[in-house]
Design a protein around this ligand. Structure first.
Ligand code: HEC
Ligand code: HEC
Length: 279
């Protein structure tokens, strides 16, 4: 049960997320050990110019709030959704994504590059602004992604990519979802989904799941199915794959109904500056 978990043990980077980053971290339990790709250790980042870029990328990934501040509009980090520094299978791990791009995305009705996918996560998931390709932030995130994917063949779908599949067995019911939220999620994500800030007031210990500091209405997480899939594989934190598919869908619908920042695509300004960034 989520109630018995010590979140600081499960997520090492929670301890002092603002400044020191862990060099080792506790792995949450994964079904079928040995089945998934194991990315290289942080200690093995090369000590050269490329390694410096990888380190910066990791910092941005884990603490986007601080290291890519100018592009973020809400309270989240990349690791809020791509858990364990982008390593965790079924939390859209970075090593399973990198070699798959450029790829055709139905949602965009076009071929999307890896960098464009990152830009989308900035605009929608982080309710912010897309870094352009020549920025240190973008170069660092791509360098980190390439480093993390060492040994993964190009264009091969790996187990653990994206999120697990969920199947509904009956109609979704936000009333059941509310009960699940209150019993399995609220101790961390709090009443009104607003999350819980770190003691020093900087950033979140537990990120908000709705409200003004959450992802916006254009984000992939704002699709009930995607949200349910993320929840199924990863929540409650440290106890992924414990909710039934139906429970994940019900709680996803409950969260989907709540208020959050609007889809920037629907405003004139964004259409003007990012004519191709439509969802
Ligand atoms: C609010 C949650 C959230 C945050 C925060 C977030 N992402 Fe994502 N990201 C997603 C979701 C959901 C998808 C899956 C999109 C889809 O399949 O439609 C995704 C997809 C991706 C992918 C492609 C994964 C694949 O398998 O194709 C990459 C790469 C990525 N994000 C990078 C980032 C980076 C870098 C950041 C931080 C700058 C970030 N994301 C922040 C939710 C998030
Ligand atoms: C033990 C604390 C804990 C519990 C319980 C928990 N979460 Fe989370 N949740 C987290 C943390 C921490 C993160 C961010 C992951 C990270 O930073 O490593 C997160 C991330 C998320 C995210 C993506 C980021 C965001 O803010 O939108 C969603 C959605 C989410 N949780 C939903 C849920 C749901 C639904 C439940 C109940 C079924 C739940 N969580 C239970 C701690 C928890």
């Amino acid at each position: 049960m989520g109630q018995n978990l010590n979140p600081q043990k499960i997520r090492a980077s929670l301890v002092t997320p603002a400044l020191s980053l862990p060099t080792t971290f506790v792995q949450t339990q994964i079904t079928n050990p040995g089945k998934y790709f194991i990315p290289p250790l942080v200690a093995n980042i090369p000590n050269d110019k490329f390694g410096d870029m990888v380190r910066l990328g990791r910092h941005i990934f884990v603490n986007t709030q601080k290291y890519a501040k100018r592009y973020v509009g809400n309270g989240l980090n990349c690791t809020s959704c791509h858990l364990q520094e982008g390593r965790k299978p079924y939390a859209a791990p970075i090593w399973a994504a990198y070699g798959m791009y450029p790829m055709y995305r139905q949602k965009k009705r076009s071929v999307v590059t890896y960098q464009e996918q990152i830009q989308d996560c900035f605009i929608y998931s982080l309710d912010g602004i897309a870094p352009t390709l020549d920025t240190p932030e973008m170069k660092a995130l791509v360098s980190y992604s390439k480093w993390l994917s060492r040994g993964v063949p190009i264009n091969v779908e790996f187990p653990g990519r994206g999120f697990p599949h969920v199947q509904r067995s009956q109609d979704l019911d936000p009333k059941r979802g509310k009960i699940i939220y209150e019993t399995r999620c609220m101790m961390c994500h709090r009443k009104n989904g607003q999350g819980q800030k770190n003691k020093n007031g900087e950033g979140y210990m537990f990120p908000p799941v709705w409200g003004s500091d959450s992802y916006n209405k254009g984000a992939s997480m704002q699709r009930i199915k995607t949200l349910a899939e993320f929840i199924k594989g990863n929540m409650p934190l440290g106890a992924g794959f414990t909710l039934s598919d139906q429970a994940a869908l019900d709680v996803a619908m409950y969260i989907w109904l709540q208020d959050r920042p609007k889809n920037p695509k629907k405003s004139f300004i964004m259409d003007f500056f990012y004519p191709n960034m439509s969802h």
